[in-house]
Each structure stands twice: as C-alpha cells, then as structure tokens.
Design a binder for this molecule. Structure first.
Ligand SMILES: Cc1cc2nc3c(=O)[nH]c(=O)nc-3n(C[C@@H](O)[C@@H](O)[C@H](O)COP(=O)(O)OP(=O)(O)OC[C@H]3O[C@@H](n4cnc5c(N)ncnc54)[C@H](O)[C@@H]3O)c2cc1C
Length: 496
C-alpha cells in the first residue's frame, strides 16, 4: 500500500473502501500494485469470512474459478486463484480434478489467503458515520475499533461502499423465536435443527436447495420429518446456457443501463431464473437422494410448490405455519419444530450514510441512481458495489463481473484505466441500434481493437506515469464476432 499523503499533518487516503466482502477485497488486491495510490479498506468483522453460515461441505461456487478476485482484470496478478493453488501445493490436484467450480470452502480459504497478504486492509473496524468537508473536498469516515472500543476517523478523497446485502426476512416471520431462522445462519444452527422432530425449509433458491439436500442426507439417522415449501410454481433451475451467460457481460450492462427504470424493473422481474434459480445438477442430486432414501427407509418428506407463507404461529410446543396455495386458493396448515427461511438477501443503504445522504442521487422511485461507472453521488466521488440489480442488471451480485466493475471504478477514480477494460465480448448484439454502427466500424483485427476511453474524473492523487507497466487511457475492445456474426435478442421476450 502506498502511504497516504500528509497534509497539515493529517493522513489523507486517495480512496477508502467500506466493507471487505469479495468485491472490495478484489478492489484492494487490484489497487495495491498501483504506485502513488493510497487506499485502505475497512471491515467490521475481525477477519475475512465469506457467508460462514452457508459454508456447507458439499456446496460449490456457481461461477468458475476465474471469477476469483483479480483474474478477469489481471490474469498475471499474484492474487489469482491459480497462484493460491500453486503456493499452497494444490495446483496439481486442481488440474487433475478437472472441475472449474471451486468448493465454497476453498474459495473462502483463497480469499483469506489474499486478505492476509494485503497491507491495505483493516478488520475489526465498524464504520458508523460519514461526513464531508466541502471546503477541502475530504470525507471523514468515523468508526469504532471492535477490540479497543475506541472511535477513530479516517480521511479520504474517494469512497467505495462494499457493505454487501443483508438477509431478507418477510414481515410476517417472528425472528425473536429461536425456532425461526434465516438460511444465512444455517451452519451455526444445524445441530439444533437436527434435534427437532420436523424441519421446514421455505423458498426455492440455491440456499434453500442446499439446506434441504444437506438435511436430507441425515434424515434416516435423526428420523426427522423434512418439508420444503415454496411459493414458486416449480423448483426451477438457474439458467446456465452459453448464449444466456452472455447477459453477464459489459455489453449487456451497457444495454440494460440505457433502458428506462420502468423497463429495467420489468426485465429484472422476468429474469429470476438467470440469477435466482437452483443449479440444475443440485436439483437432480436432490431427486436421486430422495429416490435412494426411499428405497431403504420410510422417510417423512413433503415438497410443495405454489404455497405462500401467510403466518407463523409460535404459541405451543410446535410452530404452526399457515400457507395459501395460489392456484387452488386453498389454505393449509403445517406443524413443525423449526423453520429455515431461504428467502434471499436484499440491499439496504447503510445507516452511516446519513451525514452525506443529500449528496447521493436517487431516482423517482427512491432507489439509488447508480451511474454507468458505479458512481452514486453528485461529484463522482462515491462508488458502490453489488447494489445495482435495478440499474446494471443480473451481473450486479455476480462474482465473475467483480473484476470488471473494479477496473471500471479504478478508471473513474484515477482518470486512466490501470487494467484494460473489455467493452464488447458477446457474439450477440443486445442493442439493435449498434448493428449499423458495428457494420460501419473498420476493424484492424477480427478479435480486438483498442479504443481510448474518455475519463470522467481525474484524480489529483495518482498519475498514469506512476503506474506499473500498464498503458494509461487504454481500454481493450474485444469483439469475438469481429462484427460479422450477430445474434439479435430482445431480452424481455423468451428466446425462440
Ligand atoms: C451463500 C451465498 C453464496 C453465493 N455464491 C455465489 C457464487 O457462487 N457466485 C457468485 O457469482 N455469487 C455468489 N453469491 C453472490 C455474491 O454477490 C456474494 O457472495 C458476495 O459475498 C457479495 O460480496 P460483497 O463484497 O458485495 O459483500 P459481502 O460478502 O456481503 O461483504 C460485505 C462486508 O461488509 C462489511 N460491513 C457491512 N457494514 C459495515 C460497516 N458499517 N463497517 C464495516 N464493515 C461493514 C461486512 O462485515 C461484510 O464483511 C453468493 C451469495 C450467497 C449469500
């Protein structure tokens, strides 16, 4: 880390990151080699730990290992997964395993390995307040050291909010009752859950499916009844076909961001199977395990779709769950010992933002108006990670697009692109108006062209010349189609 400059005996960082989940950890790893650029990343946790309540032994990443912290921006970085595998003696086993999808536990170990090598991270520091000194153009980031309980304030010129999403709990769920829990705390509650005579899992996303599968493995050992209820019309798979995966791309972000907020919100509602479904492989594993278990014992299992949870009654020894079946308009009740809510996660603007909220831009619906370069304020000083499902589309929570977003944020902060940014990778064209432009564009090479990217903000902090061996203001434009192949797709309609 480059030491922050001292002004009037105060240390002022060029950039402060709040929250160290995978996205800001990736930004820290990409920032560290940049000469003359001082940054610090803060996290309330005492160490990096990725969704510890969902580190099930059989779970794996839903994105390939190249969705690590740095590779898609800089494949030569020493913070890549492959370097981690090499340094920890795992490269050959990884090679022989021939599986792109890392166990979730291994991804966590990899991130912890990176976090231990970076000098620009500070754990155990919870940010509680942000203020802005307009005269100096400096942000004051105040928080509390969790070990000492002492307050401290850091100063910086730019900010990146990476506080992640929080578990979503429907209003009608009494979380004060210890028998009702969110999937985010599953591993901590597993022993308790397995002591119950009946367990109900609600929801049909990946987390709910993984928990159902995990509990199903032991159903005959513990003898509990296991129920899986969802309001979705079916246990639907995550769509993972290649032309659809092209919608997790800079091209699609461009297209999506240009649409009106109304159109974007309609689209996102129709794209659930692209980011919320269950791995098809896991759905089949669940089926096969149900089949095997039924062969050897009379297991008690109930799977029901189309049922919305109306109420959880907590009086009495058992919980009473009241559901409504959508299609039949039929009310049903279920007695159970404990409930696991696989109801997902949502973004909430952190409380500490209050002091600078007037500088943040919101749309007519009160949602964050996130700019194309992930900026959220009037000056272009504050950037945000993983909060733009409504502005940047399905790639917002995707680990595979983290490097792209971080390279884009760095370009906006520094005024030059320290890492080349691909702006066109898809074979298909999402925006029909671009076809004519592509046809008229001379391409020197069928696979690449260099375009200069105009910079929005020029940092007083780091200068292009100070950076290592990366060309300033260069953005790589890669078009695999070379302009000759074009698959037109209107994403709001089913592809035929
Ligand atoms: C169980 C699970 C599995 C997933 N698997 C995948 C996958 O395989 N592939 C994929 O593409 N995506 C996956 N995702 C989605 C992906 O977006 C998240 O996994 C990822 O963790 C998001 O990273 P983040 O950096 O936004 O935030 P988080 O990982 O949520 O981290 C946010 C951090 O901010 C800190 N923080 C919050 N408030 C403060 C504060 N006031 N002061 C200081 N620190 C603070 C928190 O302590 C936390 O460490 C998964 C999500 C879940 C829940």
């Amino acid at each position: 880390m480059t030491t922050p400059k001292k002004e009037n005996d105060r240390r002022i960082f060029d950039l402060l990151g709040i929250g160290i989940g995978p996205f800001n950890l990736g930004l820290a790893a990409l920032s560290e080699p940049i000469d003359g650029f001082s940054c610090l990343f803060l996290d309330a946790k005492t160490e990096f730990d990725w969704h510890p309540g969902m580190l099930l032994s059989a779970s794996r990443l839903q994105t390939p290992f190249m969705s690590d912290l740095v590779t898609m921006a800089d494949p030569t970085s020493r913070y890549s997964y492959l370097n981690f595998a090499k340094q920890t003696g795992r490269l050959y086993p990884f090679y022989i395993r021939e599986n792109f999808f890392l166990p979730r536990n291994e991804y966590n170990q990899y991130c912890q390995w990176v976090s231990k090598q970076l000098s620009n991270l500070r754990f155990g520091f919870k940010v509680t307040q942000l203020d802005y000194n307009a005269g100096e153009g400096i942000y004051h980031v105040t928080g509390v050291d969790r070990r000492s309980g002492q307050p401290q304030t850091y100063l910086c010129r730019k900010l990146v909010l990476g506080t992640g999403t929080t578990p979503y709990v429907p209003d009608n769920c009494p979380m004060h009752d210890p028998r009702v829990m969110h999937s985010a705390s599953y591993m901590q509650q597993k022993t308790y859950l397995q002591s119950q005579s009946a367990i109900t899992v609600i929801g049909s996303g990946q987390s709910a499916a993984e928990i159902f599968y995990d509990l199903l493995q032991d159903i005959d050992t513990y003898g509990y009844q296991l129920n899986w209820m969802t309001r979705s019309p079916r246990f639907y798979p995550l769509e993972y076909t290649k032309l659809t995966l092209e919608m997790t791309s800079p091209d699609y972000v461009d297209y999506f961001h240009e649409l009106s907020p109304e159109k974007r919100s309609r689209l996102i509602a129709n794209q659930k199977s692209l980011y919320k479904g269950i791995n098809a492989e896991l759905i089949n594993d669940i089926y096969d395990l149900l089949y095997q278990k039924r062969l050897v014992s009379d297991i008690q299992c109930q799977l029901l779709t189309n049922v919305a949870l109306d109420k959880i009654e907590t009086s009495g020894d058992k919980l009473t769950l009241k559901f409504n079946h959508f299609e039949q308009e039929y009310a049903l009740e279920q007695q159970t010992g404990a409930v696991v809510l696989g109801t997902g996660y949502q973004y909430r603007l952190p409380e500490f933002i209050q002091g600078i909220k007037s500088q943040i831009e919101f749309d007519d619906r009160g949602q964050l108006a996130i700019q194309r370069d992930y900026g959220i304020d009037i000056r272009g000083d504050i950037f945000i990670q993983n909060a733009g499902l409504h502005t940047h589309g399905i790639s917002s929570p995707d680990l595979g697009m983290g490097c792209y977003r971080n390279a884009t944020i760095l370009q906006a902060v520094l005024g030059y692109a320290p890492y080349p940014i691909e702006d066109s990778i898809a074979f298909q064209t999402f925006d029909p108006t671009k076809i004519r432009a592509q046809q008229n564009q001379p391409t020197s090479s069928p696979h690449s062209a260099i375009t200069a990217t105009p910079s929005k903000t020029v940092s007083s902090a780091a200068q292009p010349t100070q950076h290592r061996n990366v060309e300033p203001l260069a953005a790589l434009r890669i078009s695999p189609s070379g302009g000759s192949v074009s698959v037109l797709m209107a994403p709001h309609k089913e592809a035929q």
